[in-house]
Design a protein around this ligand. Structure first.
Ligand code: ADP
Ligand code: MG
Length: 253
C-alpha cells in the first residue's frame, strides 16, 4: 500500500529544526540543550509547569528572546543575530497572552499596519487582505471597532488575524485560551485546525489540557528548561514516560 503520510520530522526537511539551544537570564539557565523538530502543518502543544521555559522557548523562535547557543532553523532560515527581524516576524507570527493590539487603531487598522509598512501594500490591497483574514476568524463585522470595544475572545481573534496578514508559515500562541470561555476556546480550536489545513504550523503553550488534547498532533513536555517528553497526545496522556510528567498530569487531571 502506498503511504501518503510519510512526511515526518525525521524524514526529509523539518520546517523547524532546533538543536542544543541554550539560554540564560544572567546566571540562571532557562533552556538547557533543547532539541526538537517540527514538520510543516504540524500542531504542537508545549506543556509543563510554570517557569519551565515554555514561553522563553517559543519566544526564541521569532527572536523576541535571542538564544545564547545552539541553532534554530525555520523554513531554511537560520535564526541568529544576522537575520532581518522584520522578515522573521512576518514568517513567525506570535499571538501574545494579552493580545497586544494597538489601542488607538481600529481592528482593521491593526491588521493593515504591518502589511502597508513592511510589505508596502497599498491601502486597498492591505484592507482586502485584512478583511479576508477577519472573515476567516469570524470577526469581519468588528473591523471598524477599537480593541477596547471587543470582548477578550474577539481581541484574540483580531490578534490572530493581524498575525495572519503577514502570511506566516508558523504561528506561535502563548496560553491562547487562558482568558476565554468554552465557546471561545472552541473557536480557537477551529481556527488552529483551519491554519493547519492551509499548511501553517502551530506551536501553542497552554495549561489547558482539554485544549491540548483537541489540537495537538504532538505534545512537548518541558520541565526546568528541558524537553522531557515528545510524544503523540494519546501516548503522553495515557503513558507518560517520566516521573515528572506523571506528577504534572496527576495535578492537572
Ligand atoms: P513558562 O512559560 O514555562 O512559565 P518562562 O519561559 O516564562 O516559563 O520562564 C522560565 C524561567 O525564566 C522562569 O524562572 C522565569 O522567572 C525566568 N524568566 C523569564 N523571563 C525572564 C526575564 N526576562 N528575565 C529574567 N528571568 C526571566
Ligand atoms: Mg509562559
Amino acid at each position: 500500500m502506498p503511504q501518503p503520510d510519510t512526511f515526518r520530522p525525521e524524514a526529509g526537511m523539518p520546517l523547524i529544526s532546533v538543536q542544543n539551544v541554550q539560554k540564560s537570564y544572567g546566571a540562571f539557565r532557562v533552556l538547557h540543550n533543547v532539541s526538537l523538530s517540527v514538520a510543516r502543518g504540524e500542531k504542537i502543544v508545549v506543556l509543563g509547569p510554570s517557569g519551565s521555559g515554555k514561553s522563553t522557548l517559543i519566544r526564541c523562535f521569532n527572536r523576541i528572546e535571542p538564544h545564547d547557543a545552539g541553532t534554530i532553523v525555520i523554513d531554511g532560515a537560520t535564526i541568529d543575530a544576522a537575520i532581518e527581524l522584520t522578515r522573521l516576524r512576518c514568517m513567525v507570527g506570535l499571538v501574545f497572552q494579552n493580545y497586544n493590539l494597538f489601542p488607538h487603531l481600529t481592528v482593521l487598522e491593526n491588521c493593515t499596519l504591518s502589511p502597508r509598512v513592511v510589505k508596502k501594500l497599498g491601502r486597498a490591497e492591505a484592507e482586502a487582505l485584512a478583511m479576508n483574514f477577519l472573515h476567516k476568524v469570524n470577526i469581519a463585522d468588528q473591523a471598524g471597532k477599537y480593541p477596547i470595544q471587543l470582548s477578550g475572545g474577539q481581541q484574540q481573534r483580531a490578534a490572530i488575524a493581524r498575525a495572519l496578514c503577514m502570511q506566516p508559515s508558523v504561528m506561535l500562541f502563548d496560553e491562547p485560551t487562558a482568558a476565554l470561555d468554552p465557546e471561545a476556546v472552541s473557536g480557537i480550536v477551529d481556527i488552529i485546525d483551519s491554519l493547519a489545513a492551509d499548511g501553517i504550523t502551530t506551536i501553542a503553550v497552554t495549561h489547558d489540557m482539554g485544549f491540548a488534547r483537541r489540537i495537538a498532533d504532538r505534545i512537548l513536555f518541558m520541565d526546568q528548561g528541558r524537553v522531557l517528553e515528545d510524544a503523540p497526545p494519546e501516548a503522553f496522556f495515557t503513558t507518560p514516560q517520566t516521573e515528572r510528567a506523571r506528577a504534572f498530569l496527576s495535578q492537572m487531571l
